[in-house]
Design a protein around this ligand. Structure first.
Ligand SMILES: *[C@@H]1O[C@H](CO)[C@@H](O)[C@H](O)[C@H]1NC(C)=O
Ligand SMILES: *[C@@H]1O[C@H](CO)[C@@H](O)[C@H](O)[C@H]1NC(C)=O
Ligand SMILES: *[C@@H]1O[C@H](CO)[C@@H](O)[C@H](O)[C@H]1NC(C)=O
Length: 538
C-alpha cells in the first residue's frame, strides 16, 4: 500500500482547512434555492412556507466552537433576513452584524405581518414589530437585493407607507414584492383598503429592478420610471378602480422586451376604450412579448380576458397555467385555438406553417409550440376543451385537476375525438384501431399529472391511448396521479396501477412499454379531509 502523505491521526473533520469547511457551509445553505420556482416567495392566498434547509447556517454554527467561528466569519451565510416571528427581529440584528462588515453582501428580506385580529403578542408580527424591523433594515437599504412584504391591515399599511415613502432609493433592489391582503374577497373590502392614493416609494428610484409583484397593492403608476426592463411581473388582486391604465400597461410591457413570466390574478389593465392610441382591441398593434415563456392567468372575467389576450402576442410561450372558474370560458379557449371557418380545410393537419397561420390567428402558432399546460380550474364546453388539446399538439406535460373541470373532460382520453375531417386523419395501419379511426390527442405527451380520476378510468385511457399506436410512438411516459392516504384501499384498481405501473398490452418490446404511474400527495385533498373531520365534531 502506498504511503499516505499524512498520518491517520490528522484526518478527522477538525483538520479540514477552514476554506473547505466554508465552502461546505455555503453549499449546504445554497442546497435548496428558495427562488428556484419563482422570483416571488409570497403567493396570493397561501401562507409562506420556509424551506427545511433555511436554518442550515444556524445548525452548523451550533455543532462546535470551530464550526461556529468558521460559520460566523462567513458573511454570506447571514444575508437572508426573514421576519415572521418576534424572535426573528433579534435574529435579524445578529445576522446583520455578521454580514455587515462587507457592504457588498446584498440582503434578501421577507416580512410577514398579520392583521390586528390575528395578532398574538409574542407569536406574530404586527405594527410595533414592523416599526422595529424597518428601523433595523432601512439603514441597510443600499444592500437590499430582494424585498418581500406582506401586510394584512391598514395600520401596518400606514407604517409601510411611512418607511418606504421616506427611505429613498434602493440602488441594488432586484426583486420587489408588496402584498396587502385584507378581506379582498369582497369588492367593498378591497375598495376600503385601497382608496387612499398610493405614495411614492423608494424615491421612485429602483434602477436595478427586474422582478415586480404587486398583490393588492397599488403604485403611483403615472410617476414611476422604473417599470422597464422587467423579467418577471405579477399583478394580483386589483379591483377595477385601482388597476393600471391601459396606456401605462401598454408602455410598461413594450419597454420590457426581456419579460419571461407574466402572472395575472384578478388584475390587469383598466379599460380605457376612449383613448385611441392605446385603446383595447388593436390586433394590428398587438404588444409582442418576444421572450415571454410562461403565462399564468387566474380569475379573470371571460370578456376581459379575451380583450386582453387579443391585444398581445407571445411567440416564445412554453408554459401556460390557468385557473378560470365560474363562467363559461369557451370563447377564450376558442380565441386561442380556433381557425377561422374559411381556413379550416387549408390548415388542418399542417399547423406548422407559422407565417401563414399568424395572419389568420396569430395565437395558434404559439399554442402549437406550448410544452407545459397546467389547468388548475377551467369551465368550458367539451368542444372547446377538445379544440384546446388539439391545438397544443406539441405538449410534453399536462397537469389537470379533474375535480375542478367539467365531468366530461376525461372522456376525450378514453374515446378520442372526431374533429379532424377524414381526409386529414393520419393513416392508421394497425388492425385494432382500423374500426374506430381513432386519432390521438397530445401525441408528444411525456408527463401527465392529474387528480380525481378513478383507476378504471385511468386504465381505460391508457388502453385507448395505446390502441392508437399506429400514429404514435411512446418515448418515456409518466402518469402522476393525485393520491392520499384517504384514497388508499378505496379504489383497488388505482392502488394496483400505482403499485405496479401499467404495461402496454400490445407493446412489441415490453421492457420499454411500461407507463410509470406515480402517486403524488394531493394537499387539497388532505385539506378537504380536515374540514370534513371538523364537521363531524361539531
Ligand atoms: C429576478 O430576475 C432576474 C432576471 O430574470 C433573475 O436572474 C433573478 O434570479 C430574479 N430574482 C429572484 C430573486 O428570483
Ligand atoms: C399562478 O398563479 C397562481 C395565483 O396567483 C398561483 O397560485 C400559482 O402557483 C401560479 N402558478 C404558476 C405555475 O406560476
Ligand atoms: C360552465 O360552462 C357551461 C357552458 O360550457 C355553462 O352552461 C355553465 O353555466 C358553466 N358553469 C359554471 C359553474 O359557470
Amino acid at each position: 500500500m502506498p504511503q499516505l502523505p499524512f498520518s491517520y491521526g490528522s484526518v478527522g473533520i477538525h483538520s479540514m482547512p477552514v476554506e473547505i469547511l466554508t465552502l461546505i457551509f455555503l453549499a449546504g445553505a445554497a442546497s435548496e434555492d428558495p427562488y428556484a420556482g419563482s422570483a416571488f416567495l409570497l403567493k396570493p392566498d397561501k401562507a409562506y412556507n420556509p424551506l427545511p434547509s433555511s436554518n442550515f447556517q444556524v445548525v452548523v454554527s451550533h455543532v462546535c466552537r470551530h464550526w461556529r467561528q468558521t460559520a460566523i466569519a462567513t458573511q454570506s451565510l447571514w444575508t437572508i433576513l426573514h421576519f415572521r416571528h418576534p424572535s426573528h427581529i433579534k435574529r435579524g440584528r445578529i445576522y446583520l452584524a455578521r454580514s455587515c462588515s462587507s457592504p457588498t453582501r446584498l440582503l434578501d428580506i421577507l416580512i410577514e405581518t398579520v392583521s390586528f385580529e390575528e395578532h398574538d403578542d409574542g407569536r406574530t408580527l404586527y405594527d410595533k414589530e414592523l416599526n422595529q424591523i424597518f428601523l433595523t433594515i432601512i439603514p441597510q437599504i443600499r444592500r437590499w437585493r430582494t424585498f418581500h412584504l406582506k401586510i394584512s391591515d391598514n395600520k401596518c399599511k400606514g407604517t409601510a407607507r411611512l418607511y418606504l415613502g421616506t427611505c429613498g432609493p434602493a440602488p441594488f433592489l432586484e426583486t420587489l414584492q408588496l402584498y396587502h391582503f385584507e378581506n379582498y374577497r369582497t369588492v367593498e373590502g378591497l375598495f376600503q383598503a385601497t382608496y387612499r392614493p398610493p405614495v411614492a416609494i423608494f424615491g421612485n428610484s429602483l434602477p436595478r429592478l427586474k422582478n415586480l409583484s404587486l398583490i393588492g397593492v397599488n403604485l403611483q403608476w403615472e410617476k414611476i420610471q422604473y417599470l422597464h426592463g422587467l423579467h418577471h411581473l405579477e399583478l394580483a388582486l386589483h379591483s377595477e378602480n385601482v388597476r393600471i391604465s391601459y396606456k401605462i400597461w401598454d408602455r410598461m410591457l413594450r419597454s420590457c422586451p426581456e419579460l419571461k413570466t407574466l402572472s395575472l390574478h384578478y388584475s390587469g389593465p383598466k379599460k380605457e376604450i376612449d383613448e385611441p392610441p392605446y385603446a383595447w382591441h388593436v390586433p394590428e398593434n398587438r404588444i409582442r412579448l418576444e421572450n415571454l415563456a410562461s403565462l399564468n392567468l387566474t380569475d379573470l372575467g371571460v370578456e376581459y380576458l379575451c380583450t386582453l389576450i387579443n391585444g398581445m402576442c407571445f411567440p416564445a410561450l412554453r408554459k401556460l397555467s390557468i385557473e378560470l372558474p365560474d363562467q363559461d370560458y369557451s370563447p377564450f379557449i376558442e380565441l386561442i385555438t380556433r381557425l377561422p371557418a374559411s381556413t379550416v380545410q387549408e390548415f388542418n393537419g399542417r399547423r406548422d406553417s407559422t407565417s401563414k397561420l399568424e395572419k389568420v390567428n396569430p395565437i395558434i402558432p404559439f399554442m402549437s409550440k406550448l410544452e407545459i399546460l397546467e389547468i388548475r380550474m377551467l369551465n368550458c364546453s367539451l368542444q372547446s376543451w377538445t379544440g384546446l388539446l388539439q391545438a397544443v399538439h406539441g405538449l410534453r406535460q399536462l397537469e389537470v385537476d379533474f375535480a375542478r373541470v367539467p365531468d366530461l373532460f376525461w372522456t376525450v382520453f378514453t374515446q378520442g375525438y372526431t374533429c379532424i375531417p377524414p381526409a386529414h386523419r393520419p393513416a392508421i395501419e394497425d388492425e385494432e384501431s382500423m374500426d374506430s379511426h381513432k386519432v390521438l390527442l397530445l401525441p408528444k405527451l411525456e408527463i401527465f399529472k392529474f387528480t380525481a380520476v378513478s383507476g378504471e378510468d385511468i386504465t381505460s385511457a391508457l388502453r385507448y391511448r395505446h390502441s392508437c399506436q399506429g400514429a404514435y410512438k411512446p418515448a418515456s411516459q409518466e402518469w402522476i396521479v393525485g393520491w392520499s392516504d384517504r384514497r388508499r384501499e378505496r379504489d383497488q384498481e388505482l392502488d394496483d396501477l400505482i403499485n405496479r405501473g401499467y404495461w402496454i398490452p400490445d407493446g412489441i418490446n415490453r421492457a420499454s412499454s411500461k407507463v410509470i404511474i406515480n402517486g403524488y400527495y394531493d394537499d387539497d385533498d388532505e385539506d378537504t379531509e380536515d374540514e370534513g373531520d371538523e364537521d363531524e365534531d361539531s
